[in-house]
Write a protein that binds this ligand. Structure first.
Ligand code: FAD
Length: 310
């Protein structure tokens, strides 16, 4: 058995595995895809101390860094189930989709999240060439140019407010008849001169010139009329889905399936820790996920030295 088994090899999982390995703890890492969401990212300009990099390059560095330590990397496998230890200090069990079982004294869940997509023509084609999901990450790439935001909940309205200070104009497209964001955010966004709000709008297509996005079409769901606007980008803000379905039932989660953690990355199950985008931690960013992974690892180590093995 492992002392620590880390599930997921994005920024949070890689940081966790490196930290536990550096403590001399027997560490396993379930690495379905090194880098996680970072692999889907073109330019990264907010990974502090590295002014500019690209997703695949950062993912490669993550893998190299992990492999420079004594970490047992298990590739091409996904966790399907967690069976918590029966008594304190006992072994937790992870069942893989292949049916195999792995045991460990502590588990660090770092299975990340994925952005909900519009699922319209052009979205895949112009991903990273206009279609964006993270305003903190990609907002500055659209400086002085017109963009749209899809989604009128808190994240969509926050994105519109954030982007309005950077881009020339924001069109906020909301499918529902009203914005569902908090009142204070709605008041703020309505006060901005360069934001237009369109409700009852269903985005139907992302258009482009083959090289980059040039506009989008939307339909008025009330009267069926079709509309089209020219924008250089769209920020899709219709939800971030944590990859935690496989844990449902056993562990405390938020309404939207984020694993509940305390300030030490402890979950509701003793000996099971969680880090990064799969958790309730606010602000889903690479540097935040790495910090959380480090924190979860140090907490796991603390657990190992304090709780006697059963
Ligand atoms: P993830 O990166 O999601 O990694 C989770 C890993 O777990 C994945 O490898 C996944 O395959 C694996 N996994 C999932 N389920 C299972 C399972 N059941 N068993 C085993 N493994 C599993 N942040 C920035 O700071 N700057 C940026 O410029 C930036 N740009 C972004 C651009 C895009 C297009 C996207 C999508 C995100 C961007 N982000 C950016 C956000 C950043 O990528 C995430 O916050 C960060 O990757 C989260 O790290 P994580 O390790 O928690 O999860």
């Amino acid at each position: 058995p492992f002392d620590t088994l880390v599930i997921g090899s994005g920024p949070a999982g890689c940081a966790a595995a490196i930290y536990t390995a550096r403590k001399g703890v027997r560490t396993g890492l379930l690495a379905e895809r090194f880098g996680g969401q970072v692999m889907d990212t073109a330019g990264i300009e907010n990974f502090i101390s590295v002014p500019e990099t690209e997703g695949p390059a950062l993912a490669k560095n993550l893998e190299q860094h992990v492999r420079s330590y004594d970490v047992r990397v298990i590739t091409a496998q996904r966790a399907a189930k967690l069976i918590p230890a029966e008594k304190e200090g006992g072994l937790h069990e992870i069942v893989l989709e292949s049916g195999a079982h792995l045991k460990a004294r502590t588990i660090i869940v770092a299975t990340g999240a994925r952005w909900r997509q519009l699922n319209v023509p052009g979205e895949e084609e112009y991903r990273t060439r206009g279609v964006a999901y993270c305003p903190h990450c990609d907002g500055p790439f659209f400086k002085g140019r017109p963009v749209a935001v899809a989604g009128g909940g808190n994240s969509g309205v926050e994105a519109a407010i954030d982007l309005a200070g950077i881009v020339s104009h924001v069109t906020l497209l909301q499918y529902d008849p009203v914005l569902t964001a908090d009142e204070v955010l709605q008041n703020k966004v309505r006060s901005l001169p360069n934001v237009d709000i369109v409700v009852n709008a269903r985005t139907t297509e992302i258009r482009g010139d083959g090289r980059k996005m040039t506009g989008l079409s939307w339909q008025d769901v009330k009267d069926g009329s079709e509309h089209s606007i020219d924008v250089d980008g769209i920020f899709v803000q219709i939800g971030l889905l944590p990859n935690t379905d496989w844990l449902k039932g056993g562990i405390e989660m938020s309404r939207i399936g984020e694993i509940g953690i305390d300030e030490r990355c402890r979950t509701s199950i003793p000996g099971v820790f969680a880090a990064g985008d799969a958790t309730t931690v606010p602000y889903k960013q690479i540097i935040v996920a790495m910090g959380e992974g480090a924190k979860a690892a140090l907490s796991a180590f603390d657990h190992i030295i304090r709780v006697p093995a059963a």
